[in-house]
Ligand binder design. Structure first.
Ligand code: PMP
Length: 291
């Protein structure tokens, strides 16, 4: 594997950054998880835009243009012979001293890792996941806005641990008002009576790229506009169909939440059509990897 750090490529063993990098010391930085399908990087421009928005929100200057970063991402895939895979783009605050202040960090560090991906097994897409709601609530926007995809994921990691302690793979996180925010690394959708709903970003969700793709697919393939509305657990328990979305998970149904069976306990018809449409789209479009 050849890993990109600040314009140069390093072998996995030599791809190292300073222990004084504030990305390590404080989780001070931003990142993106991106997929490549069929020789193209899926929704690359959207990911780069979100990365720059996250960076702007934390006053981090990315030392490259958007165009240069898109080219570098495709190049990292090309050099690693990745046609289908997962790309991790990380921009840290850079090397500083032991103080919190980012002013001593002279230059941000840009890292691109183009790798394979470990997927949920295919049978989980056919059968659906089981999830629980966890006690750890999603960070309030006034503390650290979940719309920022920062390197500080401890809030999500604590929720993930709680899910795993209960023997499930994903968790629903609520906000401080008790409304559904999102999962530890995915957005949440519920369908009832043919209407598709998802929490608004202000409920404490990341503006997911896959979430946005579902808006488009629902409109084009099901003739339905997704509604962004506050939801509570009752709305998920009583839904006909539920699913989560994320770059790594794609679109995956969940059929049990907190011991309640969702709908008839099987992935629903609308969810299955969205999964199918999503798979077709990922094969068709994207930023070409071949130079
Ligand atoms: N929420 C969180 C907290 C995430 O980390 C992610 C990305 N893994 C998502 C939602 C889904 O976003 P996307 O579809 O852009 O991957």
């Amino acid at each position: 594997m050849k890993i990109y750090i600040d314009g140069k490529y390093f072998s996995e063993n030599n791809a190292k950054i300073s222990v004084f990098d504030h990305g390590l010391l404080y989780g001070d930085g931003v990142f993106e998880g991106i997929r490549a399908y069929n020789g193209r990087v899926f929704k690359l421009e959207e990911h780069i835009d979100r990365l720059f928005d996250s960076a702007k929100a934390i006053m981090l200057k990315i030392p490259m243009s958007k165009e240069a970063l898109m080219k570098a991402t495709a190049d990292a895939c090309w050099r690693n012979r990745i046609r289908n895979g997962y790309i991790r783009l990380v921009v840290t605050r850079g090397k500083g001293d032991l103080g919190l202040s980012p002013t001593n960090c002279k230059k941000a560090t840009v890292i691109i890792i183009a790798a394979g991906i470990k997927l949920y097994p295919e049978k989980m897409y056919r059968r659906g996941l089981e999830m629980i709601t966890v006690p750890t609530m999603r960070m309030p926007a006034a503390a650290l806005n979940p719309a920022i995809k920062s390197l500080n994921y401890l809030n999500n990691i604590l929720a993930k641990i709680e899910a795993q302690q209960c023997g499930v793979l994903e968790a629903i996180m609520l906000n401080s008002e008790g409304y559904v925010a999102e999962c530890t690394g995915d957005n949440v959708f519920a369908i009832r009576g043919g209407r598709i709903r998802t929490p608004p970003v202000y409920a404490g969700a990341l503006g997911g790229i896959t979430r946005q793709v579902v808006f488009q697919l629902a409109r084009e393939h099901l003739g339905v506009e997704v509604e962004e509305v506050n939801m509570n657990r009752y709305d998920l328990y009583t839904a006909d169909e539920c699913f989560v979305t994320g770059t790594a998970a794609e679109i995956i149904p969940f059929v049990k939440l907190d011991g309640r069976v969702v709908g008839n306990g099987k992935p629903g018809e609308m969810t299955r059509r969205l999964i199918q449409a999503f798979r077709e789209l990922t094969q068709e479009e994207g930023y070409p990897i071949r130079p």
